[in-house]
Design a protein around this ligand. Structure first.
Ligand code: GLP
Length: 269
């Protein structure tokens, strides 16, 4: 894992944006994996700002979101489709017909929807860069603890902890979904690059388990230890429980020196 240590959440968003920008600038037809949740919002704001400065175009970009609540209308304000429209798609030059989420309604067969989503990703040439957040229980996408490390896009039942964590985003009288379609862990691992962002003390223990713990289905994010190109962007609070902070700092300085020297365009190769 390449761990990028940042001072705060704004700094983390700027660092993460550099990787996305490198891909979009250097690849003719980039395929971006997107995430929802509060963490990537700052990254999306950075990307919108770069777009407004004419330093970034999404015109040739195809996107695949990690997950979507089960049986929710795209127009529902709590759908992840609405989230993406609000926080990114409505503000950049993306062709919205090239933006995909694993939406599945009650009348559809989730197994077929999952299979079709996998086929769509493959037909687009696979995901170049997958953006990830992390749940306080170590989940990625909605792959909750005990998810198969070999899983593909499918329907998952959310844990009580995830429902409680996300309840802050719902009004008291709003029905909160308890199931979601999500890319599987193997789907995520197929991405050429992974960019995980974690900020805040509430993520520190999950980050510790992801980075220092054993690879285990009980902490789905720990599978990233097995990925060839996993970039983990952390603020001080999220990184606070990782052991050997001194080594991380030295390694990060060296990484930055290499990036300053050679750039990030290799992400598009
Ligand atoms: C959600 C999403 C994840 C996200 C995580 C953390 O439930 N399915 O993709 O990374 O929980 O969200 P937040 O960034 O709001 O802490």
């Amino acid at each position: 894992m390449q761990i990028v240590l940042c001072d705060d959440a704004e700094h983390a968003a700027r660092e993460a944006a550099k990787w996305v920008q490198a891909l979009l600038v250097h690849k003719a037809k980039p395929v971006l994996g997107l995430a929802t949740g509060s963490t990537p919002i700052r990254l999306y704001q950075e990307l919108i700002a770069l777009h407004q400065l004419q330093q970034l175009s999404f015109a040739n970009c195809t996107t695949f979101n990690l997950d979507e609540y089960f049986d929710i209308a795209a127009t529902h304000k709590q759908s992840y489709r609405s989230f993406m429209q609000k926080h990114l798609f409505n503000h950049v030059d993306i062709d919205q017909t090239n933006t995909y989420l694993p939406a599945c309604s009650q009348g559809q067969n989730p197994r077929l929807v999952g299979l079709e989503y996998e086929q769509k990703i493959a037909a687009a040439g696979g995901i170049d860069l997958q953006i990830l957040g992390i749940g306080s229980n170590g989940h990625i996408g909605f792959n909750e603890p005990t998810s198969s490390l070999a899983s593909r896009t499918r329907l998952k039942t959310l844990t009580a902890q995830t429902i409680a964590d996300n309840s802050r985003l719902f009004e008291p009288d709003e029905v909160q979904p308890t199931m979601a379609m999500t890319m599987g862990i193997a789907t995520i691992m197929d991405a050429r690059y992974i960019l995980l962002i974690a900020t805040g003390q509430a993520k520190a223990e999950a980050v510790r388990q992801m980075v220092c713990g054993p690879v285990s289905a009980y902490c789905p994010a720990s599978i990233l230890q097995m990925h060839e190109h996993a970039i983990v962007v952390l603020d001080k609070d999220a990184a606070s429980l990782i052991s050997d902070q001194q080594y991380l700092k030295v390694a990060e300085q060296e990484n930055q020196r290499m990036i300053d020297m050679y750039g990030l365009q290799f992400i598009a190769e």
